[in-house]
Design a protein around this ligand. Structure first.
Ligand SMILES: *Cc1c(COP(=O)(O)O)cnc(C)c1O
Length: 471
């Protein structure tokens, strides 16, 4: 591809992006494709001869968009949002053009220094005290893994990295039954093991029971096991469960163990002071993760990982063979030492564009609206005779169930059929979860461009599709 062609196709891609965003609301939200449909359209082997861009681009347009679920669709109400605000998308185009490998300060000084600045902007935006530093990890799963590795190494006085875990005492990590599966996976990967994740029961507000946490730590100590850390949940994925972060962190301090707060989704809402009560006490945590790539609008992957003491994290993860040393420049931040991966993308640019292009006010207004619309929808659905709100809105997430009078059928099966029928309909996209042993439907408002009318369409679609179900 020569320079002129590069310019031409870059423009073409930018035009495509603008057209796509403008018309995405006309597409079905969830891909309406069957498994294998897309695979059958892709050549079985790579071409020997170069192919013209014309043809490559045409195949993209023909094959890919219809095979996608449209996360930037304003009526995406499934999972949690994965927003990519237009300004962030533009920053990603620029970062992609430079394609820098941002592992060390010297491999990308602007990326490193902008990342330090953006972490501090975010820290201020969510009201964390000065002193918290941080890094942009790819995902919350990675941030939580890094926190768990830090728990492991602090508990083992850094013997784990050196000697491995054989012969070491069993480490114990505590989290509520409502925390995300990334915590389980972090323990698998860290070699601590699922059996050493102590799942603490929750109370009637879905928060970790403090008496149970204290008892579990004491019991483990008495049995010669080594408590290493606790993970607090702020906005659990299933129904939005919130732990009492202050209490969890105080128990952790009392026990001398590391604390990590998983606020992957709900953390973005902390830019609104009126929601900060949800993580009251977060300033006491050792480590906190929130994903600007979820609700805030920075495209995947952008996970802000704050730490009270960067030294502990860096001591756990820094490895410096000669070829990675930056001689003669002391005190530099090399972000690869704050994470598992060595090579890393320029993630800070999209945050810089996002925070400036919308301002905190613009971002807060969106989050407020999402919360208000979810509350209104829960009220409207709850007022219908044949619907039941199964968990009240926590921020912009609630769950419900269709429960017609005449249902002789299994309500779990009926609601699963409802979710599938809604997603086949295509106007909106919802997902299900299991809550207290029952299958319920989740509704999460949060797409960046969503309007109140989109939530009204959700109400109409849910009622229409439910009442048309064959029972
Ligand atoms: C989404 C989510 C995660 C996982 O986030 P990734 O960035 O996809 O790894 C973890 N915890 C909670 C509470 C989440 O909502």
């Amino acid at each position: 591809m020569n320079k002129d062609e590069f310019r031409h196709w870059s423009h073409r891609a930018a035009d495509w992006a603008a057209d796509y965003r403008e018309s995405v609301a006309q597409r079905p939200v969830r891909a309406q494709t069957e498994p294998g449909n897309i695979a059958s359209l892709i050549d079985a082997s790579p071409p020997e001869e170069a192919q013209p861009m014309q043809r490559i681009f045409a195949d993209f347009e023909r094959i890919v968009p219809d095979g996608m679920t449209h996360w930037q669709h304003p009526r995406f109400f499934a999972y949690f949002p994965s927003n990519a605000a237009p300004a962030a998308v533009i920053a990603e185009q620029l970062a992609g053009a430079m394609a820098a490998q941002c592992m060390l300060w010297q491999t990308s000084p602007a990326a490193t220094e902008l990342e330090i600045a953006m972490i501090d902007w975010l820290r201020q935006a969510v009201g964390l005290p000065e002193g918290f530093k941080g890094v942009l990890q790819d995902t919350a799963s990675t941030a939580t893994l890094c926190a768990v590795l830090t728990m492991r190494e602090t508990a083992l006085d850094w013997r784990g990295n050196q000697a491995g875990l054989t012969g070491q005492p069993a480490l114990r990590i505590y989290a509520s039954t409502r925390t995300h599966s990334s915590v389980d996976k972090a323990l698998w990967v860290a070699g601590i093991g699922q059996d050493n994740l102590v799942k603490i029961p929750t109370d009637e507000n879905f928060a970790m029971r403090m008496d149970e946490l204290r008892a579990a730590i004491a019991r483990d100590r008495a049995n010669g096991l080594v408590p290493a850390g606790v993970v607090a949940c702020v906005g659990g994925t299933s129904i939005g469960a919130m732990d009492d972060v202050r209490e969890v962190c105080l128990v952790a301090r009392e026990a001398g163990i590391y604390s990590h707060v998983d606020a992957a989704w709900a953390g973005s809402a902390m830019i609104c002071p009126e929601y900060r009560h949800f993580w009251d006490g977060a300033e006491l945590a050792d480590s906190i993760v929130l994903n600007p790539h979820k609700w805030l609008g920075a495209s995947m992957e952008c996970s802000a990982h704050f730490v009270r003491e960067p030294e502990t994290l860096v001591k756990t993860l820094a490895i410096q063979p000669e070829y990675l040393k930056t001689h003669g420049k002391d005190g530099l931040v090399n972000f690869s030492e704050w994470s598992v991966q060595l090579g890393r993308r320029f993630r800070a640019l999209k945050l810089w564009f996002l925070l400036r292009a919308y301002g905190l006010q613009g971002l807060r207004e969106r989050i407020h609206n999402h919360v208000a619309w979810a509350e209104q929808l829960a009220l409207r659905l709850g007022a219908e005779r044949d619907f039941e709100i199964t968990t009240a809105p926590i921020l912009s997430l609630f769950s419900f169930r269709y429960k017609p009078d005449d249902a002789s059928t299994d309500l779990d099966a009926l609601n699963l059929r409802l979710v599938n029928a809604i997603n086949d309909d295509g106007r909106i996209y919802l997902t299900q979860t299991s809550h207290d042993g029952r299958l319920v439907v989740r509704f999460v408002a949060g797409q960046f461009d969503a309007q109140e009318s989109d939530v009204e369409i959700a109400f109409d679609t849910i009622c229409e599709v439910a009442r048309a179900l064959q029972r």
